[in-house]
Design a protein around this ligand. Structure first.
Ligand SMILES: Nc1ncnc2c1ncn2[C@@H]1O[C@H](COP(=O)(O)OP(=O)(O)O)[C@@H](O)[C@H]1O
Ligand SMILES: [Mg+2]
Length: 433
C-alpha cells in the first residue's frame, strides 16, 4: 500500500501534514462539498483523475476515475473525514479504511471486488478498485422486487464462494447486506466493502473498540447483536438474511431501531420463508432457515458447504406435470378478484392496501405456476403503481421498464396488456425526474 500510514488501532489520529490540510479546508466546507480536498477533477498520486461520483455510504465516497498510467477506468473510494468528528471517531474510521484496503488486497476471487492500489492524498486515504458497472442489491430490490428463485440461488452460491475465499484467509466480512453486494449485467455478483472486516488471530487488525460500528441491524447476526465473538458463520447468517430478503422482498425481521433488531435476531424465529414466498422449493427454504439459526453451530459448517448446497439446488429439476384441478380454478378466480380489488383501492388512493392485494394475487399466481400469464403482469403492474403512489415515480421507473420488456417478451408486443404497459412507462420518461 503506497503511503497510507495512519494511526494504529485505538490510537487517536494526531498531527501530520494531511490532517492539518484537512482541517483548514474543512472549515470552509462540510467535508463533502466543493471545499473538500478531494473531488471531481482531483488527480490522486499523480495518476488517478476523479471523474464522476458513483455513490457512497457512511464511510467513503466512490468515484469513477481514469488511471492515467494504464489508460483504464477504475473506481476510487475516498475516506470521508469530517472536521466536527472527535479524534477517536476519525481514527476509528481511518483504521476501518486501512483494514478494508489490506483485507481486500489479500483477496483474489471472481466474486470479490478487486483492489488494485491504495494511497494517501493530503492525508486522506483512498482505495483504487476495479470499476464495476452494475447495481447493488439494495437498488435491485427496490427496482425489481422479489427475484426469481433460480436467480437467487445462483447469486447465493456466488456470495458464498466469495466468502469461502475470504474465510479461508482468516477474514470475516461482518457487514454482508444488499448494499454491499453488486450485481453485474452478466449475472456475476461481487462482494464490496470489507470495511468492518476482522482478521482472526491478528492483534493488528483485531476489532476491539466497543463503540465500533456493528454492521447493519437488519442483516447482522445474533452474536454481533450481543457483541460476542464473530466468525465466518456470522457472515453466513447475514447471507441467510440477504437471500430471505431477495425472495420475500424484505429481510426476516423489521424494526424501527437498533435495539429492536437486536432483540429479534437473538430471540425471534423468522416467519417461514415458504409462507412469504410460496414458490420457494422446500430444500432452499430449509437451507436459508439453517443459515438463520440462532446458534452458529446449527448453521451450515462453512461458506464452502453453503455454496455447494446452493449449487446443487441450481440444477434444474423439471416440475412434475400436473393437470388443472378444481382448486386451481378457485385460485384463478381468487386472483382476478384480488386484481379487481387492487384497482378499486388504487383509484381511491389507498396504495398500501392496493399493494397488499396485488402481492396476495402474486402469491396465488406463483402457486399456480402462472408467472408468464397476463394475470401475473397485471398484478406486477398493479404493484408498481401502488409503489409509485407510496414512494414516488423515481422508485419504480426502472421496475416499470423491466416489466414492460418482460410482458412484451412473454405475451407478445401486440398483447393489450403489453401495449398498456409500454404506453404507461413511455409516458414517464426518466428525464422528467
Ligand atoms: N468498485 C466499484 N465500482 C462501482 N461502484 C462501486 C464500487 N465500489 C463501491 N461502489 C458504489 O459505492 C457504494 C458504496 O461503496 P461501499 O464500498 O459499500 O462503501 P461504504 O463503506 O461507504 O458503504 C456502493 O454501494 C456502490 O454503489
Ligand atoms: Mg457499503
Amino acid at each position: 500500500m503506497a503511503g497510507s500510514e495512519g494511526p494504529r488501532d485505538g490510537e487517536p489520529a494526531r498531527r501530520g501534514p494531511g490532517r492539518r490540510i484537512g482541517r483548514v479546508r474543512d472549515q470552509a466546507g462540510d467535508g463533502h462539498g466543493v471545499a473538500d480536498v478531494i473531488d471531481v477533477g482531483t488527480v490522486l498520486s499523480g495518476r488517478y483523475r476523479l471523474e464522476e461520483p458513483l455513490g457512497g455510504g457512511g464511510f467513503g465516497r466512490v468515484f469513477t476515475a481514469l488511471d492515467q498510467s494504464l489508460g483504464r477506468r477504475v473506481a476510487v473510494k475516498v475516506l470521508t473525514l469530517r472536521d466536527e468528528w472527535a479524534d477517536d471517531e476519525r481514527s476509528e474510521r481511518q483504521g476501518r479504511f486501512r483494514r478494508e484496503a489490506m483485507a481486500a488486497a489479500a483477496l483474489s476471487h471472481p466474486n470479490v471486488a478487486t483492489v488494485h492500489d491504495a494511497g494517501d492524498h493530503q492525508g486522506r486515504p483512498f482505495l483504487v478498485m476495479e470499476l464495476l458497472r452494475g447495481r447493488d442489491f439494495g437498488r435491485v430490490l427496490l427496482e425489481r422486487g422479489g427475484l426469481p428463485v433460480a436467480d437467487v440461488v445462483a447469486y447465493g452460491a456466488q456470495i458464498c464462494a466469495g466468502l469461502q475465499h475470504a474465510h479461508e484467509r482468516g477474514l470475516v466480512h461482518r457487514d454482508i447486506k444488499p448494499e454491499n453486494l453488486m450485481l453485474l449485467p452478466d449475472g456475476v455478483v461481487k462482494i464490496l466493502d470489507f470495511g468492518l472486516v476482522t482478521q482472526r488471530d491478528s492483534k493488528l487488525t483485531r476489532y476491539t473498540d466497543p463503540h465500533a460500528v456493528m454492521g447493519s441491524p437488519a442483516y447482522f447476526s445474533p452474536e454481533q447483536a450481543q457483541g460476542r465473538d464473530v466468525t465466518g458463520r456470522s457472515d453466513l447468517y447475514s447471507v441467510g438474511c440477504v437471500l430471505y430478503a431477495l425472495l420475500a422482498e424484505g429481510p426476516p425481521f423489521s424494526s424501527s431501531n437498533y435495539v429492536g433488531f437486536a432483540y429479534l435476531h437473538v430471540h425471534e424465529t423468522p416467519e417461514p420463508l415458504e409462507r412469504r414466498r410460496p414458490d420457494v422449493p422446500r430444500e432452499l427454504a430449509l437451507l436459508v432457515h439453517e443459515m438463520l439459526a440462532k446458534h452458529p453451530a446449527d448453521r451450515p459448517a462453512g461458506a464452502g458447504e453453503a455454496a455447494a448446497r446452493l449449487r446443487a439446488l441450481a440444477r434444474p429439476v423439471p416440475p412434475p406435470p400436473r393437470s388443472p384441478t378444481a382448486l386451481d380454478q378457485g385460485a384463478r378466480h381468487l386472483v382476478w378478484t384480488l386484481l379487481e380489488e387492487g384497482e378499486g383501492l388504487l383509484r381511491s388512493g389507498r396504495f398500501a392496501d392496493a399493494d397488499r392485494r396485488y402481492w396476495q394475487a402474486m402469491q396465488q399466481i406463483a402457486r399456480l405456476g402462472a408467472d408468464r400469464e397476463p394475470a401475473s403482469f397485471a398484478a406486477q403492474f398493479g404493484r408498481a403503481r401502488a409503489l409509485e403512489g407510496l414512494h414516488g415515480l423515481a422508485a419504480v421507473v426502472r421496475r416499470l421498464e423491466n416489466l414492460s420488456d418482460e410482458a412484451a417478451s412473454a405475451l407478445g408486443a401486440g398483447h393489450p396488456l403489453a401495449r398498456c404497459l409500454a404506453d404507461y412507462s413511455a409516458a414517464r420518461p426518466e428525464s422528467s425526474l
